[in-house]
Design a protein around this ligand. Structure first.
Ligand code: BMP
Length: 275
């Protein structure tokens, strides 16, 4: 029986972007479509969590600007962990400025994101120049960009025509944009019902994923791995569902939750191949 969804393996074989291929190949090798979002403020917690979740993930998502004791050794250790556990790195920087400014923010400053982050993301709000600005730095390094086409939060303005325009911007820059932060597949967005959108193979990475709760007190909304995979998402992004909400990190529980979400994401993927 042929599925309406193509396997990660098949997509890895034919994807034109090397950045997208790297992620798809990692997903296949590790049998994991889990990205852990490590939003903690102490360097030691940050690295401890990554070392423990490393075996279960295809991708680690960072917000390095929240780390209180950030220094360049953190990046060196992060890169060692990425090799040790075979995962890619995604700095969730959400660039949103003019091309010249984002190019500087991406390449320079304290964090020098482009030098270590395989994937980063941007809001489409400034228009296509944000992609050209980031591509001037990231393309020569073989990096990939995700556009925020939708958000997981209550009342998000990223919907309707805004989402459609984001997808059109991505189609015009397939050499650097590898996909979206979104809640569902974007391949058919803005296309007529007779046009299957088959030539698009944008990756969809989805935050707002949780197995135990439906939201937080600040507008976050959660859906299950099965719900988002069935809507065409490729990678589930999970933060507090794995590292917890408390002031201290319980490292044993982090491992248990990482394994649990890896298994949930993979079984949702295997089920959708039957659809
Ligand atoms: P958590 O699973 O703890 O709610 O964390 C979700 C992560 O994904 C956060 O790092 C947040 O910045 C990010 N995120 C999100 O929650 N919704 C979006 O639409 C886009 C995001 O990048």
């Amino acid at each position: 029986m042929s599925s309406k969804f193509v396997s990660y393996e098949e997509r890895a074989k034919r994807h034109p972007s090397s950045a997208a291929r790297s992620l798809l190949e990692t997903i296949v090798r590790k049998r994991s479509n889990l990205c852990v979002s490590v939003d903690v403020t102490a360097k030691a917690d940050f690295l401890d969590i990554i070392d423990v979740v490393g075996p279960y993930v295809c991708l680690v998502k960072t917000h390095v600007d929240i780390i209180e004791d950030f220094d360049s050794s953190l990046i060196a250790t992060l890169q060692e962990l990425s090799k040790k556990h075979d995962f890619l790195i995604f700095e969730d920087r959400k660039f949103a400025d003019i091309g010249n400014t984002v190019a500087l923010q991406y390449s320079s400053g304290v964090h020098k994101i482009a030098s270590w982050s395989h994937i980063t993301n941007a809001h489409p709000v400034p228009g296509p120049s944000i992609i050209t600005g980031l591509a001037s730095v990231g393309k020569p390094l073989g990096r990939g960009l995700l556009l925020l086409a939708e958000m997981s939060t209550k009342g998000s303005l990223a919907k309707g025509v805004y989402t459609e325009e984001a997808v059109q911007m991505a189609r015009a820059h397939r050499d650097f944009v590898i996909g979206f932060i979104a809640q569902r597949s974007m391949n058919a967005v803005g296309k007529s019902s007779t046009d299957t959108g088959d030539e698009d193979d944008f990756l969809v990475l989805t935050p707002g994923v949780g197995l135990d709760v439906k939201g937080d007190a600040m507008g976050q909304q959660y859906r299950t791995p099965e719900e988002v995979l069935n809507d065409g998402s490729d990678v589930i992004i999970v933060g507090r569902g794995i590292y917890g909400k408390g002031p201290t990190v319980d490292i044993q529980s982090v491992q248990v939750q990482a394994e649990r979400y890896r298994a949930a994401g993979w079984s949702a993927y295997e089920k959708r191949l039957q659809l």
